[in-house]
Design a protein around this ligand. Structure first.
Ligand code: PLP
Length: 453
């Protein structure tokens, strides 16, 4: 399988190269040249598989440059770090309401599904090519923690995560800075997330520096992340009762459109998922798009569901590529307009598959309380955005993207109970090792020169 750029001006790559490259040199995002199709017979054959086995069956159609037995072993290893036997349990709340729990990985958020696998893919690449790799990323919280736990202690790799000091949640910071692993570098800058990103951008733009350190980015547009996320939709579909699975709406708390894009791609591969609800917080660029067709940059307002606080949905371009009939020239034109004017109006795209909702900070605690009263279920603030206005005319499955234990303050204010998780309690007792530095590229460059592998 080859991978092409949404903007059509970059050479196609094999799976491992597309994963290592991240953003295509023409500024586009990689997608499979063709999407495999899963038949009803395939799905029947998949039903008895364990999560790692199912993941292997799925990924083997895409990672065609990795020997199958190697891929199988990498996948098996990636999900041994999850604490639930089902990996992604489907919980039934009532006849028409289900939850897909995606928070049983090491950092208690859904990003572990992709980043545990990505870490092992990077580790494998180091071993195969006999090279080291330095992974660099900026984070406002969950991505950094999940990326660090994907690479923790892996020979030949080092990971540098830059975050705004004092602006991630204390538990998120502990997940990044209390690992004790010598290949992990938690870099706290005096500045905002945007300052962190600007410094990173400057380093990635320096080809010489980038090549010398074999730098790789960790961000939400990586191809492997999207593909790994398709698997839990397939898994959930197969676990749902026969009468429900073809009718159910997948309700997806999202910001960068990464999570919901994965489900939609799976639908394009022939798996009969009925539809998706794009559930945003008050940073609602996607809600506005799917209700009015208007795609317009807004200012970010920090919210109680911080992992969805985004200005622009970076993965939207992949959806756009298909929406305009796989026409890279059209994608370039639209992205150019969007870049210069900060807005684009879509006309007549198919709204049958998607609905949308937005949830303000004022609403989140009330929803957490209501879900607790109705079902005895504790939803984290991101998941709570999904529980807003569940469909009356069809069953719903809400993707629970984080454990409530990661956001104790909001949960306590909503229901008066402090959620706890053993892995977070352990972290509270560990020493915190972070490196404070100014928010500029020179400081970051000097740090990498001294610590890169
Ligand atoms: C990252 C994240 C999201 C949003 O994911 P997208 O890639 O923007 O769809 C939602 N919830 C949690 C807890 C997250 O960490």
């Amino acid at each position: 399988m080859r991978y092409i750029s949404t903007r059509g001006l970059a050479p196609s790559l094999g799976f491992s190269d597309a994963v290592a490259t991240g953003l295509a040199p023409d500024g586009g995002l990689y997608l499979p040249e063709t999407l495999p199709q899963f038949t009803a017979a395939d799905l029947e054959g998949f039903a008895p598989l364990s999560y790692p086995e199912l993941c292997f069956e799925f990924m083997s159609r895409f990672a065609t440059d990795i020997p199958p037995e190697t891929l199988r072993a990498l996948i098996a290893k990636s999900y041994t770090t999850f604490s639930h036997a089902d990996i992604a349990p489907v919980v039934k709340l009532d006849e028409r309401t289900y939850v897909l729990e995606l928070f049983h990985g090491p950092t208690l958020a859904f990003k572990d599904f992709a980043l545990q696998l990505l870490g092992n893919l990077y580790g494998n690449q180091c071993a195969v090519r006999g090279q080291t790799i330095n992974v660099l990323g900026a984070t406002s919280g969950d991505t950094g923690a999940a990326a660090i736990h994907g690479l923790l202690g892996k020979p030949g790799t080092a990971i540098f995560i830059v975050y705004p000091d004092g602006r991630t949640s204390p538990l998120q910071e502990r997940q990044m800075a209390c690992t004790g692993a010598s290949n992990v570098h938690a870099l706290a800058i005096t500045g905002t997330f945007d300052d962190a990103q600007a410094a990173l951008k400057e380093l990635f733009a320096d080809q010489e520096f980038r090549t010398r350190h074999r730098l790789s980015a960790v961000n939400s547009i990586n191809l492997a992340r999207i593909l790994a996320q398709c698997v839990y939709y397939l898994w959930a579909y197969l676990r749902l009762p026969a009468g429900v699975r073809d009718e159910i709406e997948f309700v997806v708390p999202t910001g960068n459109f990464g999570n919901v894009l994965a489900g939609w791609l799976l639908q394009k591969m022939g798996v009969p998922l009925r539809g998706f609800r794009v559930a945003t917080n008050q940073n609602d660029i996607l809600h506005r798009l799917f209700t009015t067709g208007d795609y317009r940059v807004g200012a970010v307002a920090p919210s109680l569901a911080p992992s969805m606080d985004i200005q622009v949905s970076s993965n939207f371009e992949r959806f756009l590529y298909y929406s305009v009939g796989q026409n890279p020239a059209k994608v370039r034109e639209i992205m150019e307009t969007f870049k210069t004017t900060g807005a684009y109006t879509f006309e007549g795209f198919n709204r049958d598959t998607f609905t949308a909702s937005r949830c303000t900070d004022a609403e989140i605690p009330g929803i957490i309380r209501q879900v607790y009263q109705d079902f005895g279920y504790v939803a984290d603030p991101h998941t709570a955005c999904g529980f807003k206005a569940l469909a009356k005319d069809r069953p719903s499955i809400v993707l629970a993207t984080a454990s409530p234990a990661k956001f104790p303050d909001t949960i306590v204010s909503a229901i008066g109970i402090e959620p706890k998780h053993p892995s977070l309690e352990v972290l509270k007792a560990r020493p915190l090792v972070k490196h404070l530095m100014p928010a500029d590229a020179a400081a970051l460059r000097a740090y990498l020169d001294a610590h890169a592998v």
